[in-house]
Structure formats: C-alpha cells, structure tokens
Design a protein around this ligand. Structure first.
Ligand SMILES: [Zn+2]
Length: 432
C-alpha cells in the first residue's frame, strides 16, 4: 500500500499512458492486469497457458490483460519456451528494467544508498559516513543529495524512479511513515520521514525498520516457499521480523517482533538503552556483551568488537556469546509458542559467531517448545550479506508500486515524469 503519494508536476498524456487508455483499460482493468503481473512475479505462472490455468480466466481475457502489461512495459516476452501441454509456450517475465527503486539503509554511523532494478539487483550504490544522532534533517538531506547524484549518474533509460524506500534502526510506524520512540535515534521521534523524502524527491516514499526489511530480503532471496518465517537480528541491538503468508507482519502500529525489549527479570537486572531494566537486549545484544567484556578488561564497544574477540578465541568472550545464545533461545521459544514458525533465521553481526551463538538458541527452543511446534522446524544462520537492508527496502518500494491496486497510478505517474523530462529537454534545446 502506498500512503505517501506526491504531486508530480505536469499533466501531458504520454505515449504509454495514451496507448493504454486508447485500448480502454480504466483503473479496474489495470488492477485486473496487475493480478496477472502478481502471478508472474510470484513465479506462479510464466506463459499464457500457465496464466490461464493459474487465474482461471479465458484465453481472450488473459491476452487482453497482458496487452496492458506489455504496452506499459511491465512484462517482456523472451525467445525461450516452456512445455504447456500443447505447443511450447513463450516465456513471459516481469521486466526488471521497467523502472528503478531507490533504497537507503541507515545504520548507526553509515548510510548505504542504492538504485536497483526490479529484480531487485543493485545497479549503482554509494555510502555516506554520518552519525544517525545528527538528527533527521541532516541525515535525510544527505540522503536526498546522494540520491539525486546517484540517479543523475544512471543511464537515460534508468532514470524512471519507482519510489524510495528507507530502512531505519528504530521502531517505525510504517503507515504514518514516522519513527516512534527510538532508543538510539534522538531527535527522530515523530519526524515525518516519508513526507520529507517524498517532497524532496517527488516520488512515493516508504519507511520500515531494518529488521523487517532484512527479514523480507532473506525470505524472498532464500526461503520464498516458507510461509511462516521468523528472522531474528542479533547485532549491536536485538529485534525480529515476522513473515506470515508471504508478507511482513507488523501488528497494529508496526511494533510487532520487537523482542529485544521483552523484560525477563526486573530485580538486579541490567539497565537497557530503552530506560527499562532486564530487557533481552541488556543481556544478550552486542552492546551488552561488549559492556560485560569491558568490565573484564577487554576493549570492546559493539557487536563487531565482540566478533573480533571471538575470532581471537578469547574464552571469556566465547562463554559470554554462548550465554547470549541461550537467552536469545529463551525468548525465541516464547515466540515459537505464539507463532509456530516453520523456519527461524538468526542474522545480524553476532550470527557470525556461528554455532557459538546458535547452539544456545537451538538448545533452549528444543527444551521449551511442544513437539508439534518443533515438527519440521528449521533453525539456521542467515544467508544474506550486509545488503539485506538495502534489498529489503527495494522490495518494499517495488511491492507497493506494483501491487494490483497501485499499478494504474504507477504507470500514469511514470509516464507523466517521462513527459516532464522530455519537455524539459525540448525547452533546453530551444533556449540554445
Ligand atoms: Zn529495553
């Protein structure tokens, strides 16, 4: 769903929108065509006969709806064929070059920004060194500047921007496009992130927290057939992302999955960054392990330092990471009882500890869960690399723009943007 649409200046009807309108496809027609596109994008059908079978529609209707998708440039037909029962059928696929998505992953001290095609595959990227504590105006202004530069460096045909997606290390109200009650991002509380980015870049903007987006990316890339999926990020902080029936489950306001601030024991418990005592984070996060290691004379500030010490085989560090794994397992076992996931993935910097961390997670889940919940349950280390946040943000933008109900708006908006670029070019030429 798109919640932050921006006015795009200009109203000339472009070649594509004109073509689409002439063949008489009002927005309901576009939405129906969008449902076929969803079947193609989900890998459920990739030829005309397969689309007929998957949608239950007649051949004539499938051809008509596909025409909208072809005219808009959303799908392409290759030379390859696939068996279809009768004659081999040409393979139809989503066009990865229809437009680009802009994705930005804000870390606590580095921001990564990328332009992706619709696969999504990164086609250009850049990084900015900036402390997220500099506040939303400074951070987002830098993102806007870097995005403009990135887009202007793309090939002419790649400058159609579908939207911008932002990954933030904070609780995010996805619907309102705002950060709410961050523990490590002072000054960001209630800032209208999507409004700002959308106004400055004149494209739809979406925001979500980093763990949801890492979960989405890991799921899409490596576990697309797992319908009940839990991703736990164990890094400097701790959180989890839940995928149910193929989509991020956010709860009523976007707070679901925030397992890092579940409190275990308030008496004599360590103070958390959120101001409460005894949170999972305050015992098992990278910053908490680093705190304990510092008390034992080690030089450690964050999860990366913990992993460095672990790789040097420091016994205190190994013991402390194993203890963190068991605590993570305790809270994961509670989540297993509530959600009954099929697959649990442990990601984030601490997951580089491998079995030192995972052994404790598995031990506690197996000890505490019911046999039915354990039946077929897999617990693995994440396979994504450090681009998971970026790719997740790109998925967010692409899914929203290509959702059946959004297709017509997306096609019209990009066509108007094409027209604007062309008329600007004509004006510039006329002035010369
Ligand atoms: Zn806390």
């Amino acid at each position: 769903m798109y919640h932050t649409y921006l006015n795009v200046i200009g109203c000339a009807t472009s070649r594509i929108a004109g073509k689409v309108k002439r063949m008489g496809a009002p927005s309901e027609g576009a939405e129906a065509a969008g449902r076929l596109l969803a079947l193609i994008r989900d890998g459920k059908a990739s030829s005309r006969p397969a689309l007929e079978r998957a949608s239950g529609l007649s051949r004539v209707t499938v051809v008509q709806r596909l025409r909208y998708l072809f005219d808009a440039g959303l799908v392409v037909e290759g030379d390859a064929t696939e068996a279809s029962g009768g004659r081999p059928a040409r393979v139809i696929s989503a066009n990865p070059d229809f437009a680009v998505a802009i994705a930005a992953d804000v870390g606590e001290s580095v921001i990564r920004i990328a332009a992706t095609d619709l696969s999504p595959r990164i086609i250009a990227e850049t990084t900015i060194d900036l402390d997220v504590a500099s506040g939303p105006m400074a951070t987002l202004t830098e993102i806007v500047r870097a995005t403009r530069k990135l887009v202007s460096g793309l090939g002419k045909s790649q400058r159609r921007v579908l939207g911008v997606g932002l990954s933030l290390p904070a609780p995010v109200n996805h619907v309102a496009g705002r950060v709410v009650g961050p523990s490590v991002m002072r000054g960001w509380d209630e800032f209208d992130v999507c409004g700002f980015l959308g106004r400055e870049l004149s494209v739809p903007a979406l925001v979500d927290n980093d763990v949801n987006l890492m979960a989405l990316s890991e799921y899409r890339q490596f576990w697309p057939r797992v319908e009940h999926f839990l991703f736990i990020k164990a890094g400097t902080g701790i959180g989890s992302g839940i995928i149910l029936d193929g989509a991020i489950y956010r709860g009523a306001r976007g707070a679901s999955g925030d397992i890092g601030h579940i409190q275990f024991d308030e008496s004599s418990a360590p103070l958390c960054r959120c101001g409460k005592f005894g949170c999972v984070e305050a015992r098992a996060a990278g910053w908490a392990i680093a705190r304990d290691l510092r008390a034992n004379g080690y030089n450690a500030k964050n999860a990366r330092d913990v992993i460095d010490l672990l790789e040097q085989r420091e016994p205190d560090c190994i013991q402390r990471v194993r203890e963190a794994g068991r605590l993570l397992g305790e809270v994961a076992a509670d989540v297993v009882s509530v959600l009954n996931p099929k697959t649990i993935i442990i990601g984030g910097t601490l997951s580089r500890a491998g079995e030192h961390l995972l052994a404790g997670v598995k031990e506690m889940i197996y000890r505490r869960s019911l046999p039915l919940a354990l039946d077929g349950l897999g617990i693995f280390r994440a396979r994504s690399d450090d681009r998971a946040g970026i790719l997740g943000a790109a998925h967010l933008v692409i899914d929203a723009a290509l959702a059946p109900e959004a297709i017509s708006g997306t096609v019209d908006r990009l066509a108007r943007a094409d027209d604007n670029r062309n008329s600007e070019k004509t004006l510039r030429r006329a002035r010369k």
